[in-house]
Design a protein around this ligand. Structure first.
Ligand SMILES: [Ca+2]
Ligand SMILES: [Ca+2]
Ligand SMILES: [Ca+2]
Length: 169
């Protein structure tokens, strides 16, 4: 099978998946762009649940917790790599669908990045990413985005240099 055929098949499979998502009916409320990207726009898109331009710590923590619980499909209280990546891919698919995009090289790369992130967040390398580990990362990620340190992430937070960003999520 030549690479073009493989790509076409992959695209067809993804289109089927995306239309399955669509018929499921995604809720209109909630964050605007729930996966991927860096910087404040991505952060707001992921965590500003009521879309008022401010991410409070309460909003942020609630979404992190919900995400963790949704990802823990076997309900054992920890995330395996497969659960972690599947949760991310679900959000990425919705984002692509909402934007009318077909899966592309960036999509594949995002999935690879999610696997890399899992290896980073699961520090113990034991295949068990715990809620406590997630909370520790969440705290760092929020504080990294809240550059003026007022406990909220909004347009008053000056961007920080790229090398200082926390890429854990
Ligand atoms: Ca908000
Ligand atoms: Ca689990
Ligand atoms: Ca702030």
């Amino acid at each position: 099978m030549n690479p073009f055929t493989t790509r076409a098949l992959a695209a067809a499979a993804m289109a089927a998946l995306l239309s399955a998502c669509a018929s499921g009916g995604a809720p209109a409320a909630g964050p605007a762009a729930p996966a991927g990207g860096h910087g404040q726009t991505a952060f707001m898109g992921s965590y500003d649940a009521n879309r008022d331009g401010v991410v409070t710590r309460a909003e942020y923590d609630a979404i992190r917790l919900q995400r963790f619980r949704d990802a823990d499909t076997n309900k054992d209280g920890v995330l395996s790599e497969a659960e972690y990546v599947a949760e991310f891919e679900g959000r990425l698919k919705r984002q692509y669908f909402d934007q009318g995009r077909q899966p592309d090289a960036a999509y594949e790369n995002s999935i690879k990045q999610a696997k890399v992130r899992y290896a980073i967040v699961n520090r113990a390398r034991d295949g068990r990413f715990t809620r406590a580990e997630d909370e520790a990362i969440a705290d760092k990620t929020f504080k990294a985005a809240d550059t003026n340190g007022d406990g909220r992430v909004d347009s008053n937070d000056p961007p920080r240099p790229r090398e200082a960003r926390n890429d854990a999520d």
